[in-house]
Ligand binder design. Sequence first.
Ligand code: ADP
Ligand code: MG
Length: 330
Amino acid sequence: MTFAVDFENVSRHFDAVKAVDNVSLQIEEGEFFAMLGPSGSGKTTCLRLISGFDRPTSGHIKIFGETSDDLPPNRRAVNTVFQDYALFPHMNVRDNVAYGLMVKGEDKSTRLSKADEMLALVKLDAFGDRKPGQLSGGQRQRVALARALVNQPRVLLLDEPLGALDLKLREQMQEELKSLQKTLGITFVFVTHDQGEALSMADRVAVFNEGRIVQIGTPHEIYEAPRTRFVADFVGSSNVLPPELSARLGGSAKWSSLRPEAISITAPEHAKASGTVKSVRYLGSVNQITLQLDEHEISVSSPVGVALPVIGQTAGLVWKDAALHAMDDA
Ligand code: ADP
Ligand code: MG
């Protein structure tokens, strides 16, 4: 099978910094693929290696089966939407979008009509004559998208494209990007540090930590069956239980994950465990309750409306056996 993007043992080291450390990864054609990880985990470097703006220290990247080692960026079927949009401030929106076609030597009328087509696609038909400075953040984001798509890439790389937008607009753009990707049928490689964004948008997610992929799978697999403590904690802030506590609570003697929303508060006599209530935080949609079990803190997400335990008193905890998930690897 030919993959859209195929990393074979790829590393990119900057002196002692292993920005990307022996990554192997296959992205399928037409996939919405998310790279998720904290700041500094190597996500942007991976995109730069795919686009050809940077080269691996070792290993190879194939793009649609072709070894890309010697291909300059403009010979790759790939375009990038940059984190800061990188629009030209002195050019109007239409010329910004048409820029890549000018570089390719397309004639002016073709350029402008294709630019207008892309502006319509991102719902900015009426804004072609404006300068980027006369647009809102969300509109600038769409221009950046149109400017990348006008080149008809087979793979679109998006580097934290929604990071600068407020929550409401971000959620709206998440849906629009997802439906745009379906309409176009091209491969999206979407970089984010926001786990909710990755889980809600992607077909598959690669979780990065310190230049390595620690887990790769569907959003369900990543959330329900985290492989390591890092994944359990980074994706959804799970309770990470050391082996002895897991065993004591009826699980196996391995590092285990127990999601806060999988736990309910009950009377101590009906409980699998009990602890002292330390704090209750109201978060709008849920209450977050923290309990002390010996030397361990356990976090519980309790739906609003469910009776709250009293701080300082003992409360019981219950969960379904399957919710206590043992991980392969510490
Ligand atoms: P992310 O996008 O996940 O935040 P990056 O890929 O930008 O992470 O960076 C990964 C690591 O590589 C960081 O420690 C960063 O400081 C380092 N790095 C990235 N680019 C360079 C560079 N050009 N020179 C030196 N170090 C770099
Ligand atoms: Mg980055």
